[in-house]
Design a protein around this ligand. Sequence first.
Ligand SMILES: CC(C)(COP(=O)(O)OP(=O)(O)OC[C@H]1O[C@@H](n2cnc3c(N)ncnc32)[C@H](O)[C@@H]1OP(=O)(O)O)[C@@H](O)C(=O)NCCC(=O)NCCS
Length: 330
Amino acid sequence: MNKTKITGIGHFVPERVVTNFDLEKQMDTTNDWIIERTGIEERRWVEPGVGTSDLAVEASKRALAMSGLKPKDVDLIVFATLTPDYAFPGSSVLVQKKLGMDHIGAFDITVACSAFIYGISIGDQFIKTGQAEIVLVIGAEIQSTGLDASSAGRDMAVLFGDGAGAVILQKSDSESEILSTHLHVDGNFHKELWAEVPTALENPRISKELLDAGRHYPRMNGREVFRNAVTRFPQVINEALDANGLSIADVALVIPHQANLRITQMVAKRLKIGMDQVYSNIHRYGNTTAASIPIAMSEAYSEGLFKKGDIIILAAFGAGFTWASAAIRW
Ligand SMILES: CC(C)(COP(=O)(O)OP(=O)(O)OC[C@H]1O[C@@H](n2cnc3c(N)ncnc32)[C@H](O)[C@@H]1OP(=O)(O)O)[C@@H](O)C(=O)NCCC(=O)NCCS
């Protein structure tokens, strides 16, 4: 069985910065409320006409450059997103076209905020079994075009942002390795954080009536999400530690999905670690769903927060509910 390592990492966010003060002008909210409840100061929102695959292409180019590879070297794309450019086909096929890649395998996965770790796990299996040699795993989202930016949608609209991150997975002949991945879901909670429409249960799947009722906007039971997140994050991080005979003191950096600063702080407290051991950039980007972990990883790497031989733990929680972790020796 092969071992897998990450050889490249990159991210890309749109230029347009939307501050809490900008949102104050659009809806009944305040900078103070948003900062106190979430830690978010600003987020990036795309200009009209930009697709999720456009952000993904830029992040992928940066990850490929770090690996010293060309697009044609890639033999599988795993694209984690719940906001693809179109209802179908998935955005992975657009990345293949836009980067001029060969007729390789490519697919999207829809596991919300946990999708990037699911993608890493899938790519890891392909490399381990020798099915693929170079896998591009992308996490990219455009949330801004799907939010209700009026006061009625303020609980969701202030949280989310747009962006993309990508990594390259290759066979490892050194100590660098994806040590483990753990994936979970509990579908009983699927209505606690979801976008119901367009839905195959209705004909047509989207109608003026459904739009007028706002059923196409994402909806969330914030308290239920919070309660479950602060339990599942530590649980799945401890699962990764136990599986590898590690303790939290062995970990250079925990890189959690950036859902909310208060969630991250509570997770750190439950793990009995300081915030210097947990990466957070939510103040600048908000929650970018499947893109948040690769963006955070890419920034943490650029800031020199982990280096060769260090153990890092990725952890996610999100709609489904889904939750997941990955332990990596860099
Ligand atoms: C969303 C969240 C920040 C709300 O915080 P909260 O302390 O639970 O706040 P509540 O939902 O109880 O709302 C408190 C009040 O603020 C109001 N409010 C909601 N959004 C607001 C906003 N953007 N600006 C101002 N007020 C707002 C509510 O209407 C409510 O008013 P009321 O008391 O008059 O009814 C919090 O529940 C949370 O972080 N949940 C997890 C969200 C998350 O991470 N989701 C993604 C997971 S991947």
